[in-house]
Design a protein around this ligand. Sequence first.
Ligand code: AP5
Length: 218
Amino acid sequence: MTPLFIIMLGAPGAGKGTQARLLSETLGLPQISSGDIFRENLKNQTPLGLLAKTYMDSGALVPDDVTINMVMDRLSRPDCANGAILDGFPRTLAQADALDKALATVGAQVSKVPLLEVSDEAVINRLAGRRVCRNCQAMYQLEFNPPQVAGKCDKCGGELYRRADDESDTVRNRLFVYYKQTAPLVGYYFAHGVLLSLNGARAIEAVQADLLAALKAA
Ligand code: AP5
């Protein structure tokens, strides 16, 4: 079976994590979120987590060498043998190039790159109301996808928190960084014939249905 490596692309708050998690359940492939790995390291106060924090707090990208090593290590684990859904990586042309080279060594390649298109205003609004479960990382949005009991996760009862980098000035800087360093990947993957542009401004379930249909048709 050809391994399936899918990269979720889009601005901060476009819904990459939300869609990757659903797709991971449907396809039975691991979801690999570079942001979640950094946050897990920070929770455990590892040197990697403490280093990443100095960049994440301002919305800047963690340096390529650190990020590439971390994600390659994760991709080398046995659960990625049939592929993976990458969420938040790659985010620079150097990271995309490193990924292509690493996959080529095992006879694999990037399969498809869904791009979630959402306006800047919509992502700013979404991130202002995002809440995440401290325990299971389930995601909520106070307006569009609120928890049943305020401050508590529907799935595990864990405490919901607001990410430090969802503060509005940091969100604006994350958007700036996205346009400067990550948006060039749209052209890169278009040129490779693997880009799938999707309207990410619809309801979560509608975007997921569009995503599955686009992957099937491709
Ligand atoms: P990371 O955690 O990857 O953050 P991000 O890319 O900014 O993406 P987000 O998690 O904010 O948004 P998302 O697109 O996943 O949307 P979500 O599904 O959560 O990275 C954080 C930091 O880590 C970076 O700033 C950087 O410092 C560092 N980092 C990570 N990867 C790196 C890399 N490769 N290189 C260097 N540094 C790296 O949804 C957002 C909200 O909207 C949620 O509340 C959700 O419930 C809601 N929502 C989702 N879909 C919809 C919808 N259709 N309608 C309404 N609401 C929706």
